[in-house]
Design a protein around this ligand. Structure first.
Ligand SMILES: Cc1ncc(CO)c(N)n1
Ligand SMILES: Cc1ncsc1CCO
Length: 230
């Protein structure tokens, strides 16, 4: 699978954050869950496990985005993150309803699936940073969710997938609409750079690196079928 990552501007704050997650991104695009999505060999049960956990994830992610919106002072950023919070719920309901129907699952099946250990760890971290960190820290924590999926979407779209269900998922994140969303958030992160001091920037890099790791772990949990050990 070739790598069509887009690291954004060369020397802005967003690029500085990306550097903190770049090695993890390389591991993400090489993960068998993703290579299996694009060559169609990913077992349907693994994809269903991913979609079920992603439903739980997106509900929490929407709240993390709403907290980020509440921390922003620039009206354009308040509006943007609020719109994205609403859209995360819409994706959860619309995209997942379509995917689940094709996978032969109902939303009741998903609601009955317990939140897994990786989903809980990832969403707890996001909500903690967005609730108790600074605005720049919140932006750094939520940024990989956008950026990693846009770049993964692009990379996978080069081959798409022989499986129409997987192709639907890939097309969502490879779309021009999602690209515009990601570019706006990357620009927002860049605009925060000059007003963010060295200690806060270091915390931001840690958050970005951590949530990028959780992105890898999220796919890996679906791939290995991770559940609570007891
Ligand atoms: C786990 C995860 N991260 C990111 C996205 C896209 O924002 C998603 N749908 N799920
Ligand atoms: C990042 C993200 N992922 C699914 S929805 C959403 C918010 C922007 O539409």
């Amino acid at each position: 699978m070739s790598d069509v990552r887009d690291e954004g501007g060369q020397d802005g704050f967003a690029a500085e954050l990306w550097s903190a997650g770049a090695a993890t991104y390389d591991a993400i695009v090489a993960h068998p869950f993703l290579t299996g999505l694009s060559d169609g060999t990913l077992p349907r049960e693994a994809f269903a496990a991913f979609v079920a956990q992603d439903s739980h994830y997106l509900q929490a992610y929407a709240r993390a985005l709403a907290l980020t919106a509440a921390r922003a002072t620039d009206p354009a950023a308040v509006r943007m993150f609020s719109a994205h919070a609403a859209n995360a719920i819409a994706v959860e309901q619309d995209l997942h309803a379509r995917l689940l129907a094709e996978l032969g699952l109902s939303s009741a099946d998903v609601a009955a699936t317990p939140v897994g250990p990786t989903t809980l760890a990832y969403t707890s971290y996001l909500l903690a940073v967005c609730a108790t960190g600074t605005y720049a820290e919140a932006v750094a924590a939520v940024l990989p969710c956008y950026w990693v999926y846009r770049d993964v979407g692009r990379t996978l779209l080069e081959r798409s997938s022989p499986d129409p269900v997987y192709a639907t998922w890939i097309a969502t994140y490879a779309s021009p609409e999602f690209d515009a969303v990601v570019e706006a958030v990357v620009a927002t992160a860049d605009a925060l750079g000059p007003s963010t001091g060295p200690a806060e920037r270091a915390r931001c890099r840690t958050h970005f690196a951590t949530t990028t790791r959780y992105e890898w772990m999220f796919w890996d949990a679906a791939w290995t079928g991770l559940t609570w050990p007891v």
